[in-house]
Ligand binder design. Structure first.
Ligand SMILES: NC(=O)c1ccc[n+]([C@@H]2O[C@H](COP(=O)([O-])OP(=O)(O)OC[C@H]3O[C@@H](n4cnc5c(N)ncnc54)[C@H](OP(=O)(O)O)[C@@H]3O)[C@@H](O)[C@H]2O)c1
Length: 245
């Protein structure tokens, strides 16, 4: 689809990657960009229309879908990462919050906007996933589970919305230079680079974006994950547990 002249809605548009998505959409000539955020006053990007939205609140999601009935491009960017393990986390709070936001919140948005997109000619949905959709890392284990669920959701939504001509794009990335990865000392993509790749893919009708070399390598290794992906992850984790990492 063409971004020029389209009407887009970006969740989590107040900072990080969501802000870069909103800015890139404006620069590509989107006729209107709704910047959805829990605190709409924090959406400061010029020419972006702030909208109050917590994606875990289904009533609010439904109201926003009714209010923004001109949307043809939905960017499900909002997400949370609590850096929580499966076994030693003190309780299930982090796992539940990540699943509630990254999976159920994204699912709610897809369901609410599917008829809106159909009414506007099909359009597109972009779901912001992760390299952790592909494999588990104990450092962010429950986040990975939520992103794996969101990957499955994305593939299913693509199948279910094919008949109405909606392009559904899965975006997988390693670390991106935002607040979410602020504590990480590793190479990071810029949010601007991810945003450019994503909207190039939308305009080209591509269903998947693998935003960096590591993400492309991991996806290519999936059929041999227990030989190629998990052994170094195990080694790193064992060293961390032993206090030598
Ligand atoms: N940074 C990375 O390394 C990385 C890598 C791969 C994928 N991702 C994914 O990229 C997306 C954007 O992350 P980011 O790096 O920009 O992180 P970020 O800087 O932490 O921003 C997260 C955004 O999501 C919003 N959000 C969280 N829960 C929400 C909710 N219930 N309703 C509405 N908005 C909510 C936040 O709003 P508040 O300001 O109100 O908290 C914020 O705008 C996420 O889906 C993340 O999982 C990030």
């Amino acid at each position: 689809m063409k971004i020029d002249g389209s009407v887009a809605l970006v969740t989590g548009a107040n900072r990080g990657l969501g802000q870069a998505y909103a800015r890139e959409l404006v620069s590509r000539g989107a006729a209107r960009v709704y910047g959805a955020a829990r605190d709409p006053a924090a959406v400061t990007e010029p020419r972006v229309t702030p909208i109050a939205l917590d994606i875990t609140d289904p009533e609010r999601v439904a109201r926003v879908a009714a209010q923004c009935s001109d949307v043809s491009l939905l960017v499900n960017n909002a997400g949370v990462l609590k850096y929580s393990t499966f076994i030693n986390a003190p309780n299930l709070d982090a796992a539940r919050l990540e699943m509630e936001t990254n999976y159920f919140g994204t699912l709610s948005m897809c369901r609410a906007f599917a008829p809106v997109l159909a009414a506007n000619g099909g359009g597109a949905i972009v779901n912001m996933l992760s390299i952790t959709s592909f494999y588990t890392n104990p450092f962010n284990a429950s986040y990975g589970a939520s992103k794996a669920a969101a990957w499955s959701l994305t593939n299913g939504v693509r199948l279910e919305l094919h008949h109405q001509g909606t392009l559904v794009v899965a975006v997988h990335a390693g670390f991106i230079d935002t607040d979410m990865a602020a504590l990480v000392n590793a190479p990071k993509d810029s949010p601007e680079s991810v945003a450019k790749q994503v909207f190039d893919a939308v305009e080209a009708g591509q269903v998947e974006v693998l935003a960096d070399e590591r993400t492309r390598t991991v996806k290519a290794q999936l059929s041999r994950d227990h030989e190629l992906i998990y052994p170094p992850v195990q080694e790193f984790w064992d060293a961390a547990v032993a206090g030598t990492g």
